[in-house]
Write a protein that binds this ligand. Structure first.
Ligand SMILES: Cc1cc2nc3c(=O)[nH]c(=O)nc-3n(C[C@H](O)[C@H](O)[C@H](O)COP(=O)(O)OP(=O)(O)OC[C@H]3O[C@@H](n4cnc5c(N)ncnc54)[C@H](O)[C@@H]3O)c2cc1C
Ligand code: SF4
Length: 522
């Protein structure tokens, strides 16, 4: 292979994992190649159009995948420089300390991680600093220990502050959601130096003014300022090839502009997202790796998790003129339902504010409201919540290539009962506050499709890490047990998912693995 096509490190994928890793490795002076199947996300007015983003799905990948029963669906997935962080809500949480241990749930056990919270804590701190997380440490009683956030919490707007006060009044512990945002404000006033203008199009939209702390803006672009780092966009990695021994990656095969290209590196890192990294390994099988690359455990693609997520809109009696709504959450039922049930229920946080356009898309489901309130009036009074219950790893929940190479995603839900109880808790609470009765309306547009299988936003678990090669794909450094120079740094390594959003843990882990890779490169 031509020497110019050989690198010290190749990173496949530029999202939360790959982008952050590139940022960590860039100052080393090592020759680094980033391979990204997507392009730069176009900066255009449609970035902030609800219709373009949530009705036309302008930026979503045009892919058709299949469920176990053969039913087709379109995954809510995005291929761009920066990966899914271009669209994320940037709620950047540490897993709770107890999430690293075994936890008994209604439907089974959430397994312990092979490393502890203390192993991750320093990297969480680095990731929070890098992604400019604004928060208030310790306000949430489930918060793990750590230094105060460098950036102050994003202030609540008046309606959300009122909700905060009401929740406190009924004995709960609302907190400020930690958000990765390039925001400078004083007493709720945006300063001239701020990139973010606190607009209503945060959650699920790309940011037109580079205010969101996404992997493109925070990690990839600064990495590319180093002359030793190169990026190829539109570079779809179709296969990884091994040496004759099967112990090293000898070639990375790329489809780009209709041609096939081949690159190599001393170290190859897959960070395609939990689903696409598993698919890449599975389609890179060979005589030495008959069940797929690095799959001697048989676990590649299995134990897929994605959280039991649900979006709800409540209709408040008062108007809700909030613009930036994702500032409040409460975890009072995270580990314990607080009643006879006794099992964990999960997390509640606010979602981006719904508008008339989004509500129109969902209106057929909400016939009960239509005679009473016009859609624009519902939108004016809407308050939006995001509920997350932990789902459990199950080897039968898997992603794989089916007939003719099509992508199949097999999923049997777990912890449906706690998820329903969390919703009932919220319903009961709103009953006591200032909301209409019958007020919790399911919102599915946020996930991009009404088909639940398509909600892949929090994908993780498909290349689990662990000390034992028989029960894990990756070792504790996220290097594959079977192939010496192959690492995976996306969400695939999670042994269990907790019930907080995954991106900060993926970023922190990428910084941790980056340190190991730098030690190895010398
Ligand atoms: C609408 C939405 C809202 C979200 N909100 C939050 C939130 O508030 N907080 C939070 O913590 N998380 C949130 N998430 C989840 C978060 O975005 C993901 O957990 C995170 O981006 C995953 O990081 P990753 O590195 O595993 O994968 P990604 O960020 O998806 O990056 C994978 C990259 O690999 C590229 N790629 C894939 N296959 C190939 C291939 N074969 N060749 C080359 N390149 C390839 C992709 O194009 C992509 O750039 C949200 C996600 C969505 C979609
Ligand atoms: S709220 Fe801020 S970061 Fe989010 S889209 Fe608007 S300007 Fe960008």
């Amino acid at each position: 292979m031509a020497e110019q096509n050989h690198y010290d490190v190749i990173i496949i994928g530029t999202g939360a994992g790959g982008g952050t890793l590139a940022h960590r490795l860039a100052p080393s002076g090592k020759r680094i190649l980033l391979l990204e199947r997507g392009d730069w996300l176009p900066r255009e007015l449609e970035n902030w159009s609800s219709h373009a983003v949530f009705v036309e799905f302008r930026y979503q990948a045009h892919e058709t995948w299949y469920g176990e029963d053969g039913r087709e669906f379109h995954p809510g997935i995005n291929y761009y420089v920066g990966g899914n962080t271009k669209f994320y809500g940037a709620a950047l949480f540490r897993l709770r300390e107890r999430d690293f241990g075994e936890i008994r749930h209604h439907d089974g056990v959430s397994p312990a991680w092979p490393l502890s919270y203390d192993d991750f804590a320093p990297y969480y701190g680095q990731a929070e600093e890098l992604y400019q997380v604004h928060g208030h440490r310790g306000e949430d009683p489930t918060d793990p220990p750590g230094d105060p956030y460098r950036y102050p919490a994003v202030t609540h707007e008046p309606r959300i502050q009122q909700l905060h006060d009401d929740l406190e009044r009924v004995g709960l512990h609302p907190y400020h959601v930690p958000v990765g945002v390039r925001l400078d404000e004083q007493d709720g006033r945006i300063l001239h130096s701020s990139h973010c203008i606190r607009c209503p199009t945060f959650d699920g939209f790309p940011c037109l003014v580079r205010g969101k702390a996404d992997a493109q803006v925070i990690a990839v672009e600064p990495a590319l300022e180093h002359q030793n780092v190169e990026l190829l966009t539109g570079a779809y990695v179709s296969r990884l090839q091994t040496s004759d021994s099967g112990r090293e990656i000898a070639g990375v095969v790329v489809e780009r502009e209709g041609n096939e290209e081949r690159y190599s590196a001393d170290i190859v890192v897959s960070s395609c997202g939990a689903i696409n990294s598993a698919l890449l390994l599975l389609r890179s099988g060979s005589d030495r790796h008959p069940e797929g690359l690095a799959n001697s455990s048989g676990l590649v693609g299995r134990n897929y998790m994605r959280h039991n997520n649900a979006a709800f809109m409540a209709v408040s009696k008062q108007p809700n003129p909030t613009r930036f709504q994702k500032t409040l959450g409460f975890n009072d039922f995270y580990f314990d339902s607080g009643d006879d049930f006794g099992f964990p229920l999960g997390a509640v946080q606010m979602l981006g504010k719904s508008d008339e356009e989004m509500i129109r898309g969902e209106a057929p489901d909400w016939a009960i409201w239509k005679p009473r309130m016009a859609l624009d009036e519902i939108a004016r009074h809407a308050v939006d919540f995001w509920l997350t219950t932990e789902d459990l790893p199950n080897p039968d929940n898997r992603v794989c290539h089916g007939q003719d190479g099509r992508v199949e995603l097999h999923l049997r839900e777990s912890n449906a009962e706690p998820a329903a109880r969390l919703r009932a808790k919220l319903h009961g609470l709103l009953e006591q506050l200032d909301f209409h009765p019958h007020h919790l309306l399911p919102r599915s547009l946020y996930l991009g499709k009404k088909i639940p299988l398509g909600g892949t936003a929090h994908q993780c678990g498909t290349t689990v890490f662990g000390a034992d090669p028989a029960t894990s794909v990756l070792d504790l450094d996220c290097r594959t047990h079977d192939v010496d120079n192959l690492y995976v740094v996306d969400g695939g390594f999670f042994p269990s998912a907790g019930a907080v959003n995954p991106a900060l843990t993926i970023m922190a882990n990428a910084l941790r693995v980056g340190e190991r890779i730098l030690e190895r490169l010398g």
